[in-house]
Design a protein around this ligand. Structure first.
Ligand SMILES: N[C@@H](CCC(=O)N[C@@H](CS)C(=O)NCC(=O)O)C(=O)O
Length: 216
């Protein structure tokens, strides 16, 4: 098959190797054994949707497929799962039907979003001194404390016969990203670190390590 045709059938993931939402998608791709090519968004300050695979939200990740583009990590993970064969048993956010589990998922995603805002504010040169910045940071610290206290019991009640859950993948990407981007010290989250250590024995974790993409 020529490289051009292969490029057409192989999905293209648009993102950055340093992005936690991108890593969620990459871990799913590795777990589902889906081959893809990776296109790096070099300038996160660009306001051209074309730079983000057509995503009007100007966000990564995006997965371009022959069926169309999928915006956002959860959409992408679901599409990767649909393409996989055999399909692993995945626990999705809507399967978390009790408060402890669904709150854990909500707070993981909200922490990831808060981290994005803090990092983007820094990139844009917006000072740490604004009242909103301070509130975001406080909210992030509160959410991490809640997760430290509750994640172990939440994870313990996930269905044991699963292959993977969106909750575990996002929690892993969040905690390791806080360290990687030095947004918060993680020394005071021993339970979360223990979870990350255990989860990182998967091959998909090794294959998707955070790093800064080189500039062209
Ligand atoms: N809801 C989206 C959020 C994606 C997101 O916030 N991505 C970050 C990178 S990790 C981004 O594109 N940031 C650019 C910006 O905030 O301008 C998802 O779940 O994928």
């Amino acid at each position: 098959m020529s490289a051009a045709i292969e490029e057409f059938v192989r999905p293209v993931l648009i993102g950055r190797s340093s992005s936690h939402f991108t890593r969620v998608a990459r871990i799913f791709a590795a777990e589902m054994r889906i081959d893809y090519s990776f296109r790096v968004v070099r300038d996160l300050m660009s306001s051209n949707p074309e730079d983000y695979g057509g995503n009007p939200a100007l966000r990564i990740p995006v997965l371009q497929t022959s069926r169309g583009a999928w915006f956002g990590a959860l959409n992408i993970c679901r599409e990767l799962w649909r393409r996989s064969s055999p399909r692993p048993r995945v626990i999705w956010p809507e399967d978390l039907d009790e408060p402890l589990l669904s709150n854990a998922q909500e707070l993981v995603l909200q922490s990831m979003a808060a981290e994005v805002t803090l990092i983007m504010d820094k990139l844009a040169g917006i000072g740490d001194s604004s009242a909103h910045h301070a509130k975001m940071r406080k909210g992030l610290v509160n959410m991490m404390s809640w997760l430290e206290e509750n994640a172990r019991s939440a994870l313990a009640v996930l269905p044991p016969q699963r292959d993977l859950s969106y909750l575990e993948v996002t929690l892993f990407c969040l905690v390791t990203h806080l360290e990687f981007r030095e947004v918060l010290p993680t020394a005071s989250y021993p339970e979360l670190k223990k979870f990350c250590q255990q989860f990182s024995t998967r091959a998909s974790i090794d294959e998707t390590a955070y790093r800064f993409d080189s500039t062209p």
